[in-house]
Design a protein around this ligand. Structure first.
Ligand code: BJW
Length: 246
């Protein structure tokens, strides 16, 4: 049993609003690689930070499309882990709740989380690279270029947010509001390096919320949080929810 500080458990139980910010580390125990860890296999030669850009897509659309196609297939084959289920359980205890995720894998929703906003989109959706309209069906047959939009002929691309692109307005607004209003903010499995998501804990801290980090490693946020819970999210989060609501 993990010995959590009694004031942390009391803060969770008495919170009127709990907000959660998750990152790639929460899906690591499902087998989804994080961004800033070494990649394996076919993609080991590529830095995800280089491929997740509009410039990379403009330079080499087929390479970027294939990277996402492979990741989309991988995500379809994995399952939520105990961290995702613990956050779905946490939502049932909180009077008000918002989970803002940077992940594009949909695993929170598959675990039963209801009030989720996707800050960086979803790898399961595909859109027109020119008009932004979502496309339901596309032909992924091996080719030397990505599939094209059925209405305008531009390349299709994943409905994710690349560097230098704006976040979906509704998701950003909901997450900002939650960060300003929450009593407790749980920050799990993120390096907290990518903005504007990384600003959410800063906002919550300024507003006096109890900010709790769950991460096996130190981050640039660690020094400022009320509690830094060191360990894998799949172990720490279920134990935390069970300790707060035995
Ligand atoms: C575990 C674990 C376990 C392991 N349990 N934990 C200079 C200063 C400030 C900002 C900028 C700047 N230059 C540019 C910017 C802006 C830029 C940015 O922030 N860059 C930084 C890198 C500096 N941001 C943007 O461009 C954003 N847009 C924007 O700002 O628009 C406004 C604007 C537009 C135009 C002009 C000017 C302004 C958009 C950001 C989009 C990010 N997109 C990606 C790709 C999504 C699609 C895809 O999946 O391919 O999102 S990049 C990537 O990083 C992905 C992630 O969601 C995101 C965050 O990564 P995350 O989740 O934190 O993962 P890791 O790998 O970094 O960390 C994993 C953590 O888990 C680690 O801490 C581990 O220890 C931990 N862990 N196992 C718990 N079991």
């Amino acid at each position: 049993m993990i010995p959590f500080a009694p004031p942390l458990l009391a803060a969770l139980r008495s919170a009127r609003m709990i907000a959660v910010l998750t990152g790639a580390g929460v899906s690591a125990e499902s087998g989804v690689p994080t961004f800033r860890d070494a990649q394996t296999g076919l993609w080991a030669r590529f830095d995800p930070r280089e491929l997740a850009t509009p410039e990379a897509f403009a330079r080499n659309p087929k390479l970027v499309w294939d990277w996402y196609a492979e990741r989309r297939a991988k995500v379809a084959a994995v399952k939520p882990n105990p961290a995702h289920y613990a956050l779905a359980a946490l939502e049932t205890h909180a009077p008000q709740f918002l989970l803002a995720t940077q992940n594009v894998d949909g695993l929170h929703q598959r675990a039963g989380s209801a009030n989720v906003v996707e800050l960086h989109g979803s790898i399961t959706r595909v859109k027109c690279s020119r008009e932004g309209s979502l496309v339901e069906h596309w032909n992924d047959a091996a080719n030397d270029e990505p599939p094209r939009c059925p209405s305008c002929g531009a390349y299709l691309r994943p409905d994710v947010v690349w560097f230098n692109e704006l976040l979906p307005h509704a998701a950003q607004t909901a997450a900002d509001s939650a960060a300003r209003r929450c009593d407790v903010l749980l920050v799990a499995g993120t390096s907290a390096e990518v903005y504007p998501a990384a600003a959410l804990p800063e906002v919550a801290l300024r507003r006096g919320a109890c900010v709790v980090e769950v991460n096996p490693n130190e981050t640039q946020l660690s020094a400022d949080v009320a509690y830094a819970l060191r360990g894998p999210a799949g172990v720490v989060l279920p134990a935390l929810v069970a300790a707060a609501w035995p």
